[in-house]
Design a protein. Sequence first.
Length: 389
Amino acid sequence: MNRDMATILALTTLWTLVVAAVGAVVLWRFRRRSLRITMIVAALAPMAGALAAVLQSVRAMFISEHDSWVVLWTLAFAALLGLAMSVLLGHWISVGSRDVGRRLRHLGTSYEPTESAGGAVPAELSALTDELEMTRKKLAASHQRERALETSRRELVAFMSHDLRTPLAGLRAVSEGLEDGVIDDVPGALRQMRATVDRMTGLVDDLFELSRLSAAPPPRRRSAVSLRELAEDVAGENSEHARAEGVQLMVSTPSGDDRLAVQGDPDELTRAVTNLVGNAIRHTAPGGTVTLAVDRETDGRVRLAVTDGCGGIPADDLDRVFDVGWRGDEQRTPESVDGRSSGGGGLGLAIARGVVESHDGQIAVSNVDGGCAFQIDLPPVPVLTGRAE
């Protein structure tokens, strides 16, 4: 009995090893073929090994022909079931793999949504497909921002070329007139030339400031800045400009000793608020009011709002207000008031946004009754705990 058992086990092991070796050779030959084929071979190899081993065992044990056919048919149906399942699984993996490959080929070259292959795919391939779709969306958004920046740069070059060409043409005309001696009011011509040079200097300074903010320079040493005092200082500096335009400039701050302090660079914040106030004064009709309000929000952040009487901004332009080179007026050439530029190069609001964002703040614009309101939200000065040095 033991001898017969050893013989059966030896035959079973031998045939299993033979079929396994043949299956390994076939797998090696098909290693560069479709995953579906390799999965079918991998499923058939153990079934063939089991079938060969059982067939030899049946012959060695002298089982009746009826019983042996029952066993063989059972193994055959099991083999067919395993083959069908391996084909189905291979189909799912092949479809998912082709879908992943198609998405990879289009990644970075096409930003349009890719149709899903559909059907049931393994969870790992489904997760990989979702990650590729998220990557495509990020790349599409980045591409859109890049195109918007490129369009903005082109507009900036065109606008600055126009804004610099106009005063340069004026300077040339005045200088030629002085050279030819056809200008009687020489002091007036010199004042006009100086005002034009000041305007050009302002344009270049704005362009330099925007470039500096876009280049993300190393953070400066910042200190506590009182927005209450900053608002009052900006209002005082622009009071003459407002009076010349026939506009009333008001400052609204809460009562009490709260300085409404934030952490930042006082020069940069002053420039940002000055740009907003100057822009509000320029676009407010004579007799109107510009209000500069500072208050603390419920979440502790400090809000500075500049409200004007410009009549409002079209809804289509609200998202473009802070773009480089954008202007609310259709005519590019700004008028001059008392030798001062009243329009600028369309960079003031872009600079204000850059300054606010560099201070971890937010800037927004919304229409109000009779005008619009520019709001700056900045984080407050952090409360220091422990002993101060």
